[in-house]
Design a protein around this ligand. Structure first.
Ligand SMILES: [Zn+2]
Length: 242
């Protein structure tokens, strides 16, 4: 089903309104900036939404304050003891300073060993981890493409991995190219597979309509579970909430 989105302002707070075929009104505050979104049944008027939001105003403000007080993902230090995610698993970081090239080794125990030269900056360590994430995805994506392209009956010209703020993936139908969010390296393998299949299915159907969902149900019957898992993350996007 297609949903309609509008913005309203209630007591100085911007609220995104999404109208769709649901029974209940669903209000949520999302990290990292505490933006407010309300999903409502199609027939509900702006005035009713306004009243609902006002009744929840103190709750919203409390949520927004909590987000502000929370340390941000970007404030990570990349030092020993910190937890980082890889393929849905928590890995404890161990920072080791030594001469030689920067590298990362993942041990069986789940420990993530980061080897850097003495005095490497936080930015340098962050860059190292993300380039490792990219390498890991680059070994997994070709295998997944090999598995799924014959099943779905499409072929991509190319794929890319990049950081995206609002989407887990995208598909350029004309160029037959799919893009995958680098952050997927942190999520469970089912999430990466779901996004890859989702983007490949766009080569059969551009829109998120019933035909699209029919393809998803046929190819990957458990796709909703993977979508819900991703929706719980800060990068959740209306694209996944149909
Ligand atoms: Zn899509």
């Amino acid at each position: 089903m297609d949903s309609r989105k509008t913005m309203i302002t209630v007591s100085g707070i911007d609220v995104q309104v999404v109208r769709k075929a649901i029974k209940n009104l669903h209000l949520a505050v999302y990290p990292p900036d505490g933006h407010v979104r309300v999903a409502v049944p199609e027939h509900v008027t702006d005035e009713n939404i306004r009243l609902a939001v006002i009744s929840k105003l103190s709750w919203i403000k409390r949520q927004q304050r909590d987000f502000k007080d929370q340390p941000r993902q970007s404030e990570r230090q990349y030092i020993s003891g910190e937890c980082h995610y890889f393929l849905g698993k928590r890995c404890r970081l161990e920072l080791i300073e030594r001469a030689g090239k920067h590298e990362i080794k993942l041990l069986q125990s789940g420990k993530l060993k980061m080897f850097v030269r003495r005095g490497a900056s936080i930015e340098g360590r962050e860059k190292l981890l993300y380039s490792w994430y990219r390498e890991q995805l680059k070994t997994r994506v070709p295998e997944l493409l090999e598995k799924w392209q014959p099943v779905i009956g499409v072929q991509v010209a190319d794929y890319g991995i990049k950081k995206m703020k609002t989407k887990w993936g995208s598909c350029s139908i004309e160029q037959r190219r799919i893009w995958l969010n680098l952050e997927l390296a942190k999520k469970s393998p089912e999430c990466l597979e779901y996004i890859l299949v989702h983007e490949l299915v766009h080569l059969l159907e551009r829109n998120h309509n019933d035909r699209f969902k029919g393809f998803m149900d046929t190819f990957l019957p458990k796709w909703r579970a993977a979508r819900d898992l991703l929706n719980k993350s800060p990068l959740g996007h209306e694209d996944w909430l149909y």
